[in-house]
Each structure stands twice: as structure tokens, then as C-alpha cells.
Write a protein that binds this ligand. Structure first.
Ligand SMILES: [Cu+2]
Length: 182
């Protein structure tokens, strides 16, 4: 009986244990660094499949600092280069990699930059503003809608055209034709 339970547990545990497990990272999770790292390197217990891997680094204020290039995969390790980091504070590494068994594995790690680095906020990726309170540089203005006119102007214009069309249409049509008699 015990043997049956154990083997059942092994069967249930097998798929999970087949996933890649993070065995090392640079920067180390929770580390406080005197100088900014120029890359994030994550090492797993098994090879990482190429493609579909992402490593993002989000710093103070929600700004992203990873370079706009594909994650470099070498066997069981992945490496994402960073822009020169700027403000001191906490940075969050979020990774999503493809396990050797084809399943994605994701997690987050953090490190703290003790002193301001030399970098300034880089151009933000299009998917960056995940947080409502994030204001990327150059943002703040509403995106222009059709050359700057507010949307309601276009609705009003469309409404006026529609009403005008009805008036014109009724004039052209003239008085309603008499109903044919049965
Ligand atoms: Cu799996």
C-alpha cells in the first residue's frame, strides 16, 4: 500500500520535477550592489530551449532597463544585457524561459542598486507601461486622435452630416407619394 502511494506520488511529482529549476543567478536574488550590473545571467539545472525566452528588468518608477535584443541562450544559462542602470533602488528581474520539456517557467528576483549609476532611462519598450502609475519620459500628453481633434468633434460632425442627409433626402423625395388604392 505504502509502495503504491509512493509510486503514485512519484508519478504526480514527475512532470513538475521535469521543469527547469533556477540554480544560479547573477546578480544574486536579494543582493545589494555597489555598482550596476551590465547583464543578468540566470543558470538552470537543464538546458533552456531557444526562442520565446524573456528577461525584463524593471527599476524604480517602473522603468525598464533590459536591452532591446533577444535573450542569449547558452545551454542551461540565459543572459540578458542591460542598459547602464541609473537610479539607486530596487530592481526586479522577471524571467520566462522555455524548459527543456517545452513548458514555460517564470519567476521574479530582485536586487538593489546602492548608489546611482551613470545611466539615464532608456527608450521604453512598447509593452512597458504595465503599471497605471508609470509615466515614461515623453508621455503625459494624450495620443493625438485624427490630427488632434477630440473624438466628440467627429461624432458631432458625423451626426450633423446624418441629419443634413435626412433633410436633403426628404426634399429630393418631395411629399410622400399617395398610397395606391386597393
Ligand atoms: Cu513541464
Amino acid at each position: 500500500m505504502v509502495g503504491a502511494v509512493v509510486s503514485l506520488l512519484l508519478v504526480l511529482a514527475w512532470p513538475a520535477s521535469a521543469h527547469n529549476v533556477l540554480v544560479g543567478c547573477d546578480p544574486v536574488d536579494g543582493a545589494t550592489l555597489p555598482t550596476p550590473p551590465d547583464a543578468v545571467e540566470l543558470v538552470f539545472d537543464q538546458p533552456v530551449l531557444g526562442g520565446f525566452n524573456t528577461v525584463t528588468v524593471t527599476g524604480p518608477g517602473g522603468y525598464r532597463w533590459e536591452r532591446d535584443e533577444e535573450v542569449a541562450v547558452e545551454g542551461a544559462s540565459v543572459r540578458q544585457r542591460l542598459h547602464p542602470l541609473g537610479p539607486a533602488g530596487e530592481y526586479t528581474i522577471a524571467y520566462r524561459i522555455l524548459s527543456a520539456d517545452g513548458h514555460p517557467v517564470s519567476d521574479t528576483l530582485t536586487f538593489t542598486l546602492a548608489d546611482d549609476g551613470p545611466g539615464t532611462v532608456p527608450p521604453q519598450p512598447p509593452d512597458a507601461p504595465e503599471d497605471a502609475d508609470l509615466v515614461p519620459p515623453g508621455a503625459g500628453e494624450e495620443p493625438a486622435v485624427s490630427g488632434g481633434a477630440p473624438v466628440w468633434v467627429w461624432f458631432a460632425a458625423a451626426g450633423a452630416l446624418f441629419v443634413g442627409g435626412l433633410l436633403v433626402g426628404s426634399r429630393v423625395a418631395g411629399p410622400p407619394a399617395p398610397r395606391p388604392r386597393r
